[in-house]
Design a binder for this molecule. Structure first.
Ligand code: EPU
Length: 463
């Protein structure tokens, strides 16, 4: 397994290019199953989660090619069963349910379990499918949805913790090929939902209102192929802004949508940092110790849960007491105990982390346990005295393209070690994946073993 070693105390300066959004790319790739024409998706980040999604598409019968961030998918014929061995690697696999139900009128997908950030039910997705006329059966760890035909319907996606992002995506993808009009109330407003709706509309769907809590979908008979460029990853962008706040002299993030980052830039300004920019760039200016902050995560346009761990790292050395309340995934605090091992003073009170700023963090061996928690530990390592050794970094390869390389180019002293996976370094695996991928490569069993990503332990990647 790889480790990332960070030697703290080196300041960052310069410009970093932000990659395409993981959480947009995954459902958009799933949506290519809705047509038997070719779809071309650009700016697809090189991440293990994307790799797993391409494996699933290939398993379902699609031909998949990839070269330099451009993925071409042609799903001329599809089968409708996604088994446990593939689905277990990534929770976002559930977003093949919607397109398969829309196209084939049936889908069987292994039911995702909980994960380290908490219970992850899909009841709202299933409620949406039922409203469209589908029956739902759960048996042997699989969920099967099927319908002789789908019909448009009014659907509310309000749950205990608000709406659902992938649930909105899934219902939208099933409803585009239903008879009649579907109205999704309490829809997720995240930019990734808008990106998916834009792609579906390019394929011939009739979707209005994406980005608001009411989405109206006029069903069409069929969709056709389309080309699309994925939006910038606002969570990667926010993570680099926090890196700039923690250790920067002046860090500029390039190729971003600043309108997608308002909640993050507002929080950083409230901590005393100057943030500004034009034309797809944002620069954060160093301003020493952050002011403390009371922060609550909320659905978009509120402060994203996917930035909560990174913000806890920043506030660990604030000049006073901060509080961070997690409203989306109340148990998403696995980073807290690791930050405490580095000297942070954090107490959990239910879903609130109470953080008393300390003067310094100290480097330590720490364990990454989910994607955003790993990012928080790298950020803390930039600031800490001495060396921080982050273990199990395959979590970070799920969602950050070359984070060590990008931080290194900004001046961080960071290295990846022990990157040996069955005789090949992860870096060389990344390079291999840039080459066109044949379907045989994506099919488990046919893949040359040297190209395999490391097998996660149970549930490790189910985020
Ligand atoms: N929920 C339900 N029932 C459902 C679905 C969700 O109760 O049927 C609850 C969840 O348990 C949670 C809340 O609703 O408390 C929101 O979950 P949501 O469904 O919106 O999460 P998701 O769609 O599964 C996506 C991102 C997550 C991100 C969340 C929230 C992808 C692939 N994943 O997950 O990203 O945290 O939205 O914004 O888009 C990450 O990138 O690190 C990550 C975890």
């Amino acid at each position: 397994m790889d480790k990332i070693i960070v030697h703290g105390g080196h300041s960052l300066a310069g410009t970093v290019n932000i990659s395409g959004s993981k959480n947009s790319a995954l459902p958009i790739l799933a949506a290519t199953l809705l047509t038997n024409d070719s779809c071309v998706i650009k700016r697809v980040p090189d991440l293990s989660d994307v790799h797993y999604m391409l494996q699933i598409l290939a398993h379902l019968g699609a031909e998949v090619e990839r070269a330099s961030g451009v993925v071409t998918v042609k799903a001329e014929q599809v089968n409708s069963v996604a088994p446990y061995e593939i689905v277990r690697k990534m929770r976002a696999s559930v977003c093949v349910l919607g397109p398969l139900l829309g196209r084939e009128k049936e889908a069987t997908v292994s039911l995702p379990g909980g994960c380290v950030i908490g219970d992850r039910p899909i009841d709202l997705h299933l409620r949406g499918f039922e409203a469209l006329g589908a029956a739902v059966r759960v048996h042997g760890g699989n969920v099967k949805v099927f319908a002789p035909s789908l019909h448009g319907a009014p659907i509310s996606l309000r749950g205990k913790f608000g709406t659902t992002v992938l649930g909105t995506d899934n219902v939208m993808m099933a409803a585009v090929l239903a008879d009649g009009t579907t109205i999704i109330e309490d829809a997720a407003c995240e930019p990734e939902v808008v990106d998916l709706a834009n792609f579906l509309n390019k394929m011939g769907a009739k979707i209005e209102g994406a980005g608001s809590s009411r989405i109206v979908i006029e069903g069409v008979k069929e969709l056709h192929g389309a080309e699309h460029e994925v939006i910038p990853d606002r969570i990667e962008a926010g993570t680099f802004l926090i890196a700039g706040a923690i250790a920067g002299k002046e860090v500029t993030i390039n190729r971003v949508r600043s309108d997608h980052l308002t909640a993050v830039t507002d929080a950083l300004r409230a901590c005393g940092y100057g943030v500004g920019g034009t034309n797809g760039t944002l620069t954060i200016h160093a301003n020493g110790i952050p002011e403390p902050l009371d922060l609550k995560t909320r659905p978009y346009p509120g402060f994203p849960t996917d930035m909560q761990a990174q913000m806890c790292a920043l506030l660990s050395t604030a000049a006073g007491e901060s509080s961070v309340t997690e409203n989306i995934f109340p148990q998403r605090f696995v980073h807290v105990s690791e930050l405490k091992r580095m000297g942070a003073k954090i107490e959990l009170d239910g879903a609130t982390a109470k953080i008393r700023g300390v003067d310094n963090l100290s480097g330590a061996p720490v364990m990454a346990s989910d994607l955003r928690a790993s990012a928080a530990l790298i950020l803390a390592g930039l600031l800490a005295d001495g060396m921080t050794e982050i273990n199990r970094v395959y979590h970070i390869d799920r969602g950050y393209e070359m984070i060590d390389q990008k931080l290194g180019e900004l001046g961080a002293h960071i290295e990846r070690v022990n990157g040996i996976v069955r005789g090949v370094s992860l870096r060389s695996i990344h390079k291999q994946i840039e080459r066109p991928i044949l379907r045989s490569y994506l099919c488990p069993g046919n893949a040359p073993s040297k190209l395999n990503y490391p097998e996660p332990e149970k549930n490790a990647l189910m985020l």
